[in-house]
Every structure is written in structure tokens, then in C-alpha cells.
Design a protein around this ligand. Structure first.
Ligand SMILES: [Zn+2]
Length: 209
């Protein structure tokens, strides 16, 4: 791909008011002037799973790779946004099968979460079902993204939606905003900071069209 007409920013703005998944550390920002008073610099504190971010295998497995070791080719390239706005409670395997997912595809799920937005946190977001995660693993997708801060059901002890993907080398993008994006093919750029051996990283996620 050499050309594009539009850049769609699907990342969330980060400031101290950003909504957080329960239990995540708060965002704090302190901006100071340098000793000479000529420049500004800020002390920023935030969790690795703040806002739009990527989960690396290390998120669920102590010996899994961190964000710095992810295969970047999975995070740059053609991708497909799937319209799953009719999914109720969770994204089911059959709904993914109906989208005719191809091996190695980069897949972003647009659910009804996108219409609810990120202004306030809520618990009954649409998540990825265990069977859906197993199917994505079978199809060996390159990356899976979802439009809420977690891929799994709130409070569930079943961590399969994470493990089926992450333990099989499939990174997960969480917290994307697809409210202005319709189903179709795009070019994805979604890169983590090069944080050594860390479980996750905020990303700037873009769709080029
Ligand atoms: Zn995460």
C-alpha cells in the first residue's frame, strides 16, 4: 500500500479523566518548567492497559513475550473491520464464521459498544466469547481488536478469551473507538511503545483508507 486518502484515528485521548477498567492505576500528569524556565516537561504515570492499548502474551503468562518482542508485521497492514453490532452479550463463534475470516487476517470487531462510547464505564459491554476466541485461534488471525477496554466478560473467572489468543501468539487490541468506522477493509497501524518485557502498552491506532 502506497497511498491513502484518509487517516481515521481510532485511539482514545489520554488525560486524567480517561475512563479506566476497574482496578487499573489512575493517570496522573504533572507538568513542570525546566530550571531555566525555557521548556516544559511532564511526569506521566499510567498503567500499561490504559485507553487504547495492546495486550502481549506476557499479560497472561509470566514467560510470554512482552510488547517489545511482538511481531510488528501483525500490527501494520491490511485489516478488516467486522460489523458485529447485532451481537448480544458476546461475540459468538457463528457470527465470526459468517464473516468468512481468512487465515492470518487482522480483525477488528465493531460491536454495539462503539455507539455507547467511552464517556462512562459500564459492565455489560459486549465481549469475545470463549468459542469465538477458539475460532480466531484456529483461523490464526494476526491480531484481534475490540471496541471496549477488555476482551473478556467483566468479572468472569474464565480467561479463555485472553489465553486462547495470547498463548497462541495473537496480540489483542483493546479500547479502540470504531464509532465512526464502518465495516470494510482498511490499512491498520497500531504500534506499542518499545517497553521491555512488559505485558501491555498504550498505542496510537490508525486506520488508513
Ligand atoms: Zn489489556
Amino acid at each position: 500500500m502506497n497511498t491513502y486518502n484518509t487517516i481515521i484515528d481510532i485511539s482514545l485521548p489520554i488525560d486524567e479523566n480517561i475512563i479506566l477498567y476497574p482496578g487499573n492505576p489512575p493517570v496522573t500528569i504533572e507538568t513542570q518548567k525546566s530550571a531555566t524556565g525555557q521548556t516544559y516537561l511532564s511526569n506521566l504515570s499510567l498503567g500499561t492497559h490504559t485507553g487504547t492499548h495492546i495486550d502481549a502474551p506476557r499479560h497472561v503468562n509470566e514467560s510470554g513475550i512482552g510488547v517489545d518482542k511482538l511481531d510488528l508485521s501483525k500490527l501494520i497492514g491490511t485489516c478488516r473491520v467486522l460489523d458485529l453490532t447485532n451481537s448480544v452479550e458476546s461475540i459468538k463463534k457463528e457470527e465470526l464464521v459468517a464473516k468468512n475470516i481468512q487465515e492470518g487476517e487482522r480483525v477488528l470487531a465493531k460491536t454495539s459498544n462503539s455507539a455507547r462510547g467511552y464517556k462512562t464505564a459500564y459492565d455489560d459491554y459486549i465481549y469475545l466469547s470463549s468459542q469465538g476466541a477458539s475460532y480466531l485461534k484456529e483461523m490464526r488471525v494476526s491480531v484481534f481488536g475490540i471496541d471496549y477496554l477488555s476482551v473478556k466478560k467483566r468479572g468472569s473467572i474464565d480467561n479463555t478469551p485472553h489465553t486462547e489468543l495470547l498463548d497462541n501468539g495473537i496480540p489483542i487490541i483493546e479500547g479502540i473507538d470504531l464509532s465512526n468506522v464502518s465495516e470494510g477493509e482498511y490499512y491498520l497501524v497500531a504500534l506499542p511503545l518499545r517497553l521491555v518485557d512488559l505485558d501491555g502498552s498504550p498505542i496510537r491506532a490508525l486506520l488508513l483508507k
